[in-house]
Design a protein around this ligand. Structure first.
Ligand code: NI
Length: 163
């Protein structure tokens, strides 16, 4: 169990597409445990492996309904649209309104190596979509208009300088 260093905006690792986890072995279990520790320590509600410098398809989410830790998460089904504020541990201090699917069904492999399907709505669904985006190198800044992006440029620069 360990708290890992979260990589910040403009770190190139956040832009990589992560390969699938081949097997949920001891190493992946430890990664998921450490990611959960890091998420709770940094008071986030979700974290993806590339944010801690690991190019693997692994995420953790806890929106207050208990911990979800998955390897190879993918969205099987989605429905509806909802716009709401989102932050990201890699973009401290930035909150953006992002349009997401209202409900999703996500399939992934849990820490026991079992395939699980999770039905989620609202904030839980939003956070799962946010973390899966990270595995494809996508950040919340990719979901906003150019104009909005321009308006937060100073904040982004501060994060870049501090990282
Ligand atoms: Ni994030």
């Amino acid at each position: 169990m360990a708290v890992l260093k979260v990589r910040l905006y403009s770190n190139p690792i956040l832009r990589k597409k992560c390969p699938e986890v081949e097997e949920v072995d001891k190493e992946i279990k430890k990664l998921l445990d450490d990611m959960a520790d890091t998420m709770y320590h940094d008071e986030g509600i979700g974290l993806a492996a590339p944010q801690v410098g690991v190019l693997k398809r692994a995420i953790v989410v806890d929106v207050g309904e208990g911990l979800t830790a998955l390897a190879n998460p993918k969205i099987l089904w989605r429905q509806g649209k909802a716009t709401g504020p989102e932050g990201c541990l890699s973009l401290p201090g930035i909150f953006l309104k992002i349009k997401r699917s209202q409900e999703v069904i996500v399939e992934g492999i849990d820490k026991n190596g079992e395939t699980k399907q999770i039905g989620a709505a609202g904030l839980y669904a939003r956070t799962l979509q946010h973390e899966i985006d990270h595995l494809n190198g996508v950040l919340i800044t990719d979901h906003i208009s150019r104009k909005k992006l321009k308006s937060i440029r100073q904040q982004l620069r501060k994060i870049e300088e501090g990282r």
